[in-house]
Ligand binder design. Structure first.
Ligand code: NAD
Ligand code: ZN
Length: 378
């Protein structure tokens, strides 16, 4: 019997003694058992959410058990609400109850919520346990599982409590994405496009050709995950703690975070990646308005995002009609305003993003006034 070797890629995250591999491809999570053994674990506690656990925990537990490892499962409710002190406590206590020792492993099986939460729990239980990320959403495979940002939310804002804590391994099994709701897949795709827009115009052009295929599954998806992980790994290797370049990953995110805040993190109206779609389009239109970027590039960005069904206008968010002051206020929560000026990630064109300091609040206001008057689609 002949078997077809599945296509797989690996990306190295070069961080000295905290370096690790990202394995990408259909079925790589089936190696969880062998990989955990190779890391010297005797037991593995999986942290997951109810949706993902029901769909995907079984085969991973089986892989771990087949490798002779003791296993346990800690399950949280799905959704952003799990990134809270209360659920963090449950997870930490669950890990201790599972008698997981320092040489053992925590395995985060889920989207960005589970990855951020389980990673933070791993960082603090027994003063730090090793952990493996098995990201199951497109957003988690291309963004949140790589780079070591972990944490929970506060009533004061998102991700305000946490730490940089790198995983020991990332298993990005693209087959797990087959069950992801289409809306979540589109949302994650906005982060894929972001890497092209930051510094890789050829990859953006590839996205224009292949975006629909990435969302449909198949080899284009593996390629998109691999290029994205490589791009993120390179930035993280240069600037692990976001003291410089890593801020480029925030392209579109000042706008996105403000819109998410105004929509009260209500996933029924707006999920993060949708906010990023709007934010990317806004960052490019704002750059064009400041005469930094050709208007054609801004139009091209919006056209591509819309072609895969992502929103690109504030008016596309159901039930949200902010005024300009409300929007500026929400943006100021994310950004320090120094002497009437903000720092933004802007672009000189597709694939030519840069950190712009000293953006005048008045310019932002004038731009937003125009945008708020615009209809829902470009
Ligand atoms: P999520 O974890 O809430 O997942 C989205 C939804 O999809 C959930 O309902 C989840 O249960 C479900 N789901 C996930 N995988 C599935 C699958 N394979 N099949 C079926 N359903 C599945 O959200 P997300 O978009 O993955 O992540 C968002 C979070 O990531 C936010 O909290 C954000 O702050 C964080 N984030 C962190 C970083 C970082 O660097 N650490 C970067 C970006 C985002
Ligand atoms: Zn993001």
């Amino acid at each position: 019997m002949s078997t077809i070797e599945p296509r797989r890629e690996s990306v190295h995250v070069a961080l000295g003694e905290r370096s690790y591999e990202i394995l990408i491809g259909r079925g790589v999570s089936q190696e969880a058992g062998a990989r955990a053994r190779a890391l010297g674990a005797r037991a593995v506690a999986i942290v997951t959410d109810e949706n993902v656990g029901a769909l995907h925990a079984g085969p991973i537990l089986a892989s771990l058990e087949a490798a002779g490892l003791r296993t346990d499962l800690v399950t949280v409710s799905p959704g952003e609400g799990a990134k809270s002190w209360r659920v963090l406590e449950d997870v930490c206590e669950g890990l201790l109850a599972a008698r997981i020792e320092r040489r053992d492993l925590v395995l985060a099986l889920g989207g960005g919520v589970v990855g951020d939460l389980a990673g933070f729990a791993a960082a603090i239980v027994r003063r730090g346990m090793r952990f493996v990320q098995v990201p199951t959403s497109l957003l988690a495979q291309v963004d949140s599982s790589v780079g070591g940002k972990t944490g929970i939310n506060s009533p004061h804002g998102k991700n305000l409590i946490g730490t940089f804590y790198q995983p020991s391994l990332v298993l990005a099994d693209t087959a797990l994405l087959d069950t992801l709701p289409a809306r979540e897949a589109r949302a994650g795709y906005a982060e894929v496009v972001k890497y092209g827009l930051i510094d890789d115009p050829a990859f953006f052009a590839w996205c224009e050709e292949n975006g629909a295929q990435v969302l449909a599954g198949g080899p284009a998806r593996e390629h998109a995950v691999a290029v994205s992980c490589r791009a993120k790994a390179a930035i993280v290797a240069r600037d692990e703690r976001e003291e410089g370049d890593r801020a480029l990953l925030n392209l579109g995110h000042t706008f996105a975070h403000a819109l998410e805040r105004l929509a009260r993190y209500d996933a029924a109206r707006l999920v993060h990646g949708e906010a990023v779609g709007i934010g990317l389009a806004l960052a490019f239109r704002f750059s064009a308005r400041l005469n930094l970027c050709p208007p054609d590039d801004a139009a091209r960005v919006a056209r591509h995002l819309e072609s895969v069904g992502l929103p690109t206008r504030i008016a596309a968010i159901p039930g949200l009609a902010p005024d300009v002051d409300g929007l500026l206020d929400a943006m100021a929560q994310d950004k320090k305003v120094v002497a009437g000026a903000l720092t933004f990630i802007l672009a000189r064109g597709i694939g030519a993003s840069f950190i712009a300091t000293g953006v005048a609040v008045e310019d932002v206001r004038a731009f937003l006034l125009d945008e708020l008057g615009a209809p829902a689609s470009a």
